[in-house]
Design a protein around this ligand. Structure first.
Ligand SMILES: Cc1cc2nc3c(=O)[nH]c(=O)nc-3n(C[C@H](O)[C@H](O)[C@H](O)COP(=O)(O)OP(=O)(O)OC[C@H]3O[C@@H](n4cnc5c(N)ncnc54)[C@H](O)[C@@H]3O)c2cc1C
Length: 462
């Protein structure tokens, strides 16, 4: 066999599984069709760390509670931007009060602590900028925000350093059962393995396997609010009714997100009005950008019905998957370990290489790093204060960035208010130089996203 385990898909879950399994003496590869791992994680660079209170399903709640605890430890161990952030779920009328009371009673039954159901007047003490009448508030101290992309990158980097082979730009096209394992065919190679962990949405017609269908529930509309807006909340605020929910939360980068999960086809104006009804003094010029993304609320299933044949598939898409990912990774790992009967490695290295963020360093630290590497003294992205040194490091790290989006997500370059207008050409040049490619071969985030289409003049540099 080429590998003990083949992980299909380098999203958050695939990388978490790779990390957990890399602790064991197994020969593992991960196959990802895109240029980069964690390429499909939501564009907004802050995910909520849920606490098992809001979801209907008890199993999903358990995965959230377990994930919540692991993620808080991971963030400090791997230096992932993360903030503990209390949350207020507010009820504005009797109908919403009933939803909140049911949620609270269910959470108590689930054994969730650090929550309280309070009278509405406390909401204004906690959030003086609230612009609505609040009857009741469910206060939780368990929630937070984290940079989801960095969770995946950290998992991937450590798995890579501990021997997992990452096969990027390889699309899995077919899986066939063979004696004591599987044959996996990609657009480039054929591999054999003892076990397959499939984290992609594809089912490959595996004999005896019944696929779960993912259902899009509606849309999330995101309004990113400027850092300069002074009237924002300091906690997360959620407002529910039976058709939609609105939430507002500070991000790990210091700006602010307002989001509406809805089944309605709201346009920008309608969405803006709804948000404005919750928060005092928000003006159109305070909105930096607006995104729309699909919203899923499936039950995540770790389907191990074919584990005796060596096949595990993760199905479903869920709005709280970032929170659940560490628990899913651990559960799958335990199943694989008991199935393959393998041992922990004695030389597993659970450390991530240091990252130096120029904007977060003191002047003394900046001087020191510039004296070691002059590229840390050259600012490439002036909006987010990202230096050439950080961009080169992002490319040269394990599983380094190969695309402009990969650089943006790892360093923040190009995500400021000019949206990359000033730094895009410099980033493209650095990527081309460091990866030894032509400028015209550098892509934004996938094969069909070229930035420079053709040469029109015979200059070597931009
Ligand atoms: C708008 C939005 C907001 C969210 N907000 C939150 C939040 O606040 N809190 C929270 O906890 N969660 C949140 N989530 C959930 C979370 O971000 C995602 O659900 C999660 O990233 C999905 O990870 P995954 O590994 O399951 O799937 P994916 O990221 O889809 O991974 C699957 C991978 O498989 C690869 N692949 C597919 N087909 C093939 C093939 N044939 N061969 C090889 N590779 C293949 C894909 O390229 C992809 O990289 C949000 C999600 C969305 C969309």
């Amino acid at each position: 066999m080429d590998y003990d385990v083949l992980i299909l898909g380098g999203g958050l879950i695939g990388c978490a599984v790779a990390y957990e399994l890399s602790k064991y003496s197994l020969n593992i590869a991960l196959i990802e069709k895109d240029y980069d791992i964690v390429d499909d994680v939501a564009l907004v660079n802050s995910a909520i760390i849920y606490d098992g209170v809001q979801c209907d399903n008890n199993i999903m709640s358990k995965l959230e509670v377990m994930g919540n605890e692991i993620i808080n430890n991971l963030s400090s161990k791997f230096n992932i931007p993360c903030k503990k952030q209390a949350s207020l779920l507010i009820a504005k009328n009797e109908e919403e009060e009933k939803i909140l009371e049911d949620m609270y009673n269910r959470a108590i039954k689930r054994g969730i602590s650090n929550i309280a159901l309070l009278d509405g007047k406390y909401a204004y003490e906690l959030e003086p900028n609230l612009n609505v009448k609040v009857n009741k508030v469910l206060y939780s101290q368990n929630t937070g925000v984290i940079c989801p992309y960095e969770v995946g990158i950290a998992y991937g980097e450590i798995a890579f350093d501990n021997g997992v082979a990452f096969k990027l730009e390889e699309k899995v096209e077919d899986i066939k059962k063979i004696n004591r394992g599987y044959k996996v065919e990609t657009n480039k190679n054929k591999f054999t393995c003892r076990m397959v962990i499939n984290t992609t949405p594809e089912d490959y017609n595996i004999d005896g396997f019944k696929e779960n269908i993912c259902e899009r529930v509606g849309e999330i509309k995101y309004f990113i609010i400027e850092k300069s807006f002074k009237g924002h909340f300091s906690n997360m605020v959620f407002s529910y009714n039976k058709d939609e929910s609105i939430y507002m939360c500070p991000t790990v980068q210091g700006n602010y997100i307002a989001a509406i999960k809805t089944k309605e086809n709201l346009n920008y104006e309608e969405g803006y009005k709804k948000i404005n009804s919750l928060i005092d003094g928000l003006r159109p010029q305070d909105i930096n950008s607006f995104y729309e993304e699909p919203f899923y609320d499936d039950t995540i299933v770790i389907d191990d019905s074919l584990v005796h044949k060596g096949y595990i598939k993760v199905t479903g898409k869920n709005y709280a998957e970032v929170t659940m990912t560490p628990s899913i990774g651990k559960i799958i790992c335990e199943t694989v370990v008991s199935n393959l009967n393998c041992k922990l490695k004695s030389d597993f290295n659970d450390k991530r290489r240091e990252i130096y963020k120029f904007s977060e360093l003191s002047n003394e630290e900046r001087q020191k790093i510039i004296s070691l590497d002059k590229r840390y003294g050259k600012i490439v992205c002036t909006c987010s204060m990202v230096t050439e040194g950080e961009i080169v490091d992002a490319i040269r790290r394990p599983l380094g960035a190969r695309t402009v989006e990969g650089i943006r997500r790892r360093t923040g370059a190009g995500s400021g208010s000019c949206r990359g207008a000033h730094c895009m050409n410099k980033i493209v040049s650095i990527l081309a130089r460091e990866t030894n490619k032509n400028l015209t071969d550098i892509v934004k985030d996938s094969k069909n996203s070229k930035i420079l289409l053709n040469r029109i003049k015979e200059f070597d540099d931009m």
